[in-house]
Ligand binder design. Structure first.
Ligand code: ZN
Length: 230
């Protein structure tokens, strides 16, 4: 064996810079400690009031994470405080020129199987209309884009189309309550603008969600506020 250093391979402590002594080291340690505390506080704040990790917080302005909707006495909730931009039924909209904005679903030019809620920023959280179980979460389909379906029993299935990319916060099989967050409003799939296409199917047949919910204490579009902009 050749000569080995009498010193251990790794020194127990790095040599102090000459002349600085332990005082400077103490100051450095204090600064690091404060920086660490600050980082922890910052992370806690960044999680937001919900404290829900795993959401793309940095992409969503505070205005797009509204408080959960109120749940009606009948157990239903408005999915998003949006404006009704297109109603259920055949198109073009029969309510007269100027009363309805242009269609946002190009797949529904002849027969619109749901109701569209728009007028909110992309990523705005939308919530489950009903209690139920998440049937599936489908990413990237043609018509609906990111599509969620919630089975609320008795053959009633609520479908939520066009969710924003990577915004879904539920998984298939999960139980949800009315008012629980599902995902963010987007324009994935066949859509020309940011909106939620809300669809109710009863035994597979689309049913107009507006009167259905009206009879259960929820008036779609009633709480929409025009976004302020300069
Ligand atoms: Zn639609």
């Amino acid at each position: 064996m050749s000569e080995r250093s009498p010193e251990p391979a790794s020194e127990p402590a790095p040599g102090r810079p000459a002349g600085t002594g332990t005082a400077a080291g103490g100051v450095l340690a204090a600064v690091l400690a404060f920086a660490l505390i600050g980082a922890v506080l910052w992370a806690a704040l960044a999680l937001g009031p919900d404290g829900v990790p795993g959401q793309p917080d940095s992409r969503r302005p505070a205005a797009s994470t509204p408080a959960p909707p109120t749940v009606s006495a009948e157990g239903f909730a408005e999915p998003v405080r949006g404006r009704v931009t297109s109603r259920f039924g055949p198109r073009p909209n029969p309510f007269g020129e100027g009363s309805a904005p242009p269609s946002t679903d190009t797949d529904a030019l002849t027969d619109h199987t749901g109701v569209d809620l728009g007028g909110v920023p992309e990523g705005t959280t939308f919530h489950s209309v009903s209690d139920g179980r998440v049937l599936f979460v489908e990413a990237g389909g043609d018509a609906g884009g990111n599509l969620l379906a919630v089975d609320s029993g008795d053959g009633h299935v609520w479908r939520y189309l066009h969710a924003a990319p990577d915004s879904t916060v539920v998984n298939a099989g999960q139980r949800v309550s009315a008012g629980d967050a599902l995902a963010g409003v987007g324009q994935t799939g066949t859509a020309t603008g940011v909106h939620l296409h809300l669809e109710l199917r009863v035994d597979g047949t689309p049913v107009d969600p507006e009167p259905y919910l009206r009879e259960r204490g929820v008036e779609l579009g009633s709480s929409w506020e025009r976004p302020r902009r300069r």
